[in-house]
Design a protein around this ligand. Structure first.
Ligand SMILES: *[C@@H]1O[C@H](CO)[C@@H](O)[C@H](O)[C@H]1NC(C)=O
Ligand SMILES: *[C@@H]1O[C@H](CO)[C@@H](O)[C@H](O)[C@H]1NC(C)=O
Ligand SMILES: *[C@@H]1O[C@H](CO)[C@@H](O)[C@H](O)[C@H]1NC(C)=O
Ligand SMILES: *[C@@H]1O[C@H](CO)[C@@H](O)[C@H](O)[C@H]1NC(C)=O
Ligand SMILES: *[C@@H]1O[C@H](CO)[C@@H](O)[C@H](O)[C@H]1NC(C)=O
Ligand SMILES: *[C@@H]1O[C@H](CO)[C@@H](O)[C@H](O)[C@H]1NC(C)=O
Ligand SMILES: *[C@@H]1O[C@H](CO)[C@@H](O)[C@H](O)[C@H]1NC(C)=O
Ligand SMILES: *[C@@H]1O[C@H](CO)[C@@H](O)[C@H](O)[C@H]1NC(C)=O
Length: 743
């Protein structure tokens, strides 16, 4: 029997349990910036000092504060799990600078899980031995070391300067690294602190999601034969097949936290990587609170180029992340290979569309359903009741990716989606195909005439040489950069749609009906896939020009980028229904690795140049030092909003007079003597004057400066676009910069 006393006791227990839970819930992970010039001499290093601070905070409470990471390279400070009280005590310290709460990062694979699509034309990327002796650090979800893309055939010795290691862990031991995969480490103190008691699915650098394996093999995978259920058969390889790879696993199935991302980048810098590839970003944060901005500043100072993804929130303007002036920001484009399927109708007619259904399909004697109510394809229950086992035609009144979801959830036997964007290929569990509105019309006519019997034979095929390509993917995020609009972003377009690369088979890559199926290679889309292409090109350039700064490498890629597609017309934007793409969508253009190797001129920038820019941005001394770190001897004697960047953006937002002057300095990296002449394509309604119009170089590495005067007579419409091109007297080089005016 339960006595009243027991009940009381029970309530008391419950109360205590709730109280403990409430106290535990109050504790959060914080990232803390410290002024290290205030460190007492008694401490021999920062870590010792931070540990002592944490110990001193723990006096008052029962649960001790917990130091997660001391950061040594990316910032001065640490991350720790603290109570509100401890945080207040910490803020009283003289050397305390700033604190922000740990936050989750957005991974840029695809904006919907359905986006599985196909391979790029590797012909864009010339066969090259470059990349040797360059180390690419991947900040991602881990790696599958057994993949054929990471065997070390033909790889040189591990670079002598390498300080990293291959960490043991669950289902992963140090013997799994080799001369291709030279390092593998993992960071999950942040995710564990955020989810107390959590069981980490794979407590090692092993990839269970596939994302990190895919990005790593895209950037620097070795030659391996690959295909995806019969599509895109051939040899897969990374952009820099002889570069070394090091994985820093910071993305976990249980979460992805800034404290872990910072720890991964901190270690990558310490280990000696040359390129950091990071396919994720933080939305809606100031530069000084953005872990990637903070960490990449430290990387840039050490000559490490950081390549990052623009995000998958297009096509709206200002939807971009990683619009950080000292990183390379990469947008996603399509490639000229299409996953195609042919549908044969009962009357002998054939209709070609795009599909990625993982097998050929033959469906005989079913109904082809077209009915305005059902064909919106926005209700699974409606589809199941009205089109069970039938092939449904989905019209283009609802977004295709939504329709894919509802068709997949329904019992429809198959689907034909009518859409303007047949570039995006989706992951269907039933036979399905995407067709153009024109083909759709034919089909609807057929369905209306012969609604009874229908014969559907889908045959998979690959079409190479598809036109137009590249085009900017609809989902690719657009500039201007919300946290620093004064530098034009994104920087460059790279292949992001339908990319075949290595995968982790524990994560299913396709399905037939309810059966999930696995593969060692997968075809997916996103700016996450575009970023490692650019990282690979950056690695090739670093190998060819070891002394170039990150800014010089970025400049080479931007000024040599292509603005024309394979129909010799300007690159188009799927997000505006195939209108011409603006620099806010494609940046300087589509990356052209061959031309970037020998760009003629480069726009260089030093760490102090970025500091001058920050000095002009009204950040407080504290905010500045969160990026530049407290002990670094930068000065603010020459504040300037005019960074020496290879592109131009003027924002006439609520101004009274519409004029702007830019100053730029170019370095001749071609042979001298040489004379360059400027050509301007002025934005509509804007006058552009460049002085001088000729740049005369006597020798290699000489610098010359010029000015650009922009003027609009009156307020124009929202945006205007143009370009400024320097061409040498031998006609060898075309050094192009996009020019954007926003009103
Ligand atoms: C590491 O893995 C390899 C290959 O699976 C195995 O042969 C070796 O015994 C393992 N070493 C240790 C220390 O577990
Ligand atoms: C973790 O795993 C243990 C043992 O399997 C289990 O008892 C516990 O409930 C799990 N914890 C969580 C948070 O899932
Ligand atoms: C489906 O789309 C149609 C046409 O756009 C719309 O009228 C209807 O309300 C939508 N139904 C649902 C369930 O969203
Ligand atoms: C379309 O389908 C709906 C739902 O099954 C049904 O109510 C309606 O009668 C159909 N319309 C036509 C024209 O067949
Ligand atoms: C599809 O393209 C047609 C013709 O270019 C256009 O009129 C229509 O607005 C487009 N639809 C969408 C949803 O973009
Ligand atoms: C900085 O602040 C001043 C004065 O408030 C303002 O005029 C200027 O436009 C600001 N600069 C930037 C880059 O926001
Ligand atoms: C850090 O401390 C030093 C002296 O202790 C001071 O001069 C400097 O301004 C401080 N830095 C910041 C960002 O507060
Ligand atoms: C333009 O000004 C408005 C209002 O002052 C502001 O909200 C907006 O962010 C500005 N846009 C840019 C690109 O600076």
């Amino acid at each position: 029997m339960v006595s009243p006393a027991d009940v009381l006791l029970f309530h008391a227990w419950l109360f205590i349990i709730l109280l403990v839970q409430a106290m535990a819930a109050e504790r959060s992970t914080y990232i803390v910036h410290m002024n290290v010039s205030g460190m007492p001499k008694a401490f021999s290093d920062h870590h010792q000092w931070y540990s002592a601070i944490i110990r001193s905070l723990s006096k008052s409470t029962k649960v001790s504060p917990n130091l997660l990471y001391s950061y040594e390279n990316v910032m001065h400070g640490f991350s720790a799990v603290l109570s509100g009280e401890e945080l207040q005590a910490l803020k009283q310290l003289q050397s305390f600078l700033f604190v922000h709460q740990d936050k989750e990062v957005t991974v840029d694979t695809t904006h919907t899980y359905e986006f599985l699509s196909l391979n790029l034309n590797s012909g864009l990327w010339p066969e090259s031995n470059f990349g040797e002796n360059v180390i690419i650090g991947m900040i991602d979800s881990g790696v599958r070391p057994e993949s054929g893309s990471f065997v070390d055939n033909g790889m040189p010795q591990v670079p002598k300067r390498w300080k990293g290691k291959c960490e043991d862990g669950e289902d992963f031991n140090s013997s799994m690294c080799n001369r291709k995969l030279i390092g593998a480490r993992y960071f999950n103190k942040g995710v564990i602190a955020a989810n107390p008691g959590v069981n980490i699915t794979m407590n090692s650098a092993r990839d269970t999601m596939g994302h990190g394996t895919h990005t790593s093999s895209t950037a620097a995978g070795n030659y391996a034969s690959a295909d995806f259920f019969g599509y895109a058969p051939g040899v897969a390889r990374g952009i820099a097949p002889r570069a070394s790879l090091a994985m820093y696993k910071v993305l976990w199935e249980e979460g992805r936290y800034a404290s872990d991302v910072l720890a991964g980048m901190d270690q990558a810098i310490a280990d000696g990587v040359d390129v950091i590839s990071i396919s994720m970003g933080y939305d809606g944060v100031e530069l000084y609170e953005d872990p990637i901005a903070i960490a990449s500043f430290a990387a840039m100072e050490k000559g490490i180029i950081v390549s990052s993804s623009a995000g998958n929130y297009g096509p709206d303007l200002s939807s971009l992340h990683n619009g950080i002036p000292w990183v390379l920001t990469v947008a996603a484009g399509t490639v000229d290979r299409k996953f195609s399927g042919t549908m044969e109708l009962g009357n002998g007619q054939s209709i070609i569309g795009t599909t990625m259904y993982p097998e050929n399909a033959l469906i005989v004697d079913v109904q082809l359903v077209y009915n305005k109510t059902i064909s919106a394809c926005n209700s699974s229950s409606l589809l199941s009741s009205a089109a069970e086992g039938s092939i449904v035609i989905c019209d283009n009144t609802v977004e295709a990716w939504e329709q894919v979801h509802y068709v997949t959830e329904s019992t429809a036997g198959g689907a034909v989606l009518i859409t303007n964007d047949t570039e995006s290929v989706y992951h269907f569990r039933c036979p399905a195909i995407l067709v153009t509105p024109k083909a759709g019309k034919t089909l609807i006519k057929y369905a209306k005439k012969q609604p009874q019997r229908y014969y559907y034979n889908e045959v998979q095929a690959n079409i190479i040489g598809h036109k137009p390509a590249p085009a900017v993917a609809s989902y690719s995020s657009r500039g201007p950069s919300p946290n620093y609009p004064g530098v034009l972003k994104p920087d460059i377009l790279a292949p992001g749609n339908n990319i075949l690369a290595a995968w982790s088979p524990v994560s299913p890559s396709a399905a037939i009906g309810n059966a999930l199926i696995a593969s060692e290679y997968n075809i997916i889309s996103g700016t996450s896939m575009a970023c490692p292409h650019a990282s690979g090109v950056a690695a090739l350039l670093k190998a060819a020009h070891p002394s170039w700064s990150p800014a010089a490498i970025r400049s080479a890629m931007m000024t040599s980028a292509s603005v024309l597609d394979n129909t010799h017309k300007p690159i188009r934007d799927i997000g505006t229904n195939f209108g011409y793409a603006s620099p806010l969508a494609l940046g300087a253009g589509h990356v052209d690795p061959n031309k970037a190797l020998d760009p003629g001129l480069v726009y260089d920038a030093s760490p102090q140049d970025y500091v001058n820019m920050l000095c002009a941005s009204n950040y407080t001394h504290k905010q500045m030092s969160m990026i530049t770190r407290s002990s670094t001897a930068f000065h603010c004697s020459k504040p300037s909003t005019d960074l020496n960047y290879p592109s131009f953006i003027a924002i006439f937002n609520n101004s009274m007079h519409y004029s702007r002057t830019f100053g730029r300095t170019v370095t001749n990296v071609g042979d001298g003597p040489v004379i360059y002449k400027v050509t301007v394509m002025a934005p509509v309604g804007i006058s552009v004057v460049v002085q001088p119009e000729l740049l005369v170089f006597k020798e290699k590495y000489e610098k010359q400066s010029y000015k650009v005067y922009l003027k609009a007579r009156s307020k124009g419409k929202e945006a205007a676009y143009g370009s400024l091109v320097w061409v040498d007297d031998k006609g060898k080089y075309t050094v192009r910069s996009p020019l954007v005016v926003l009103f």
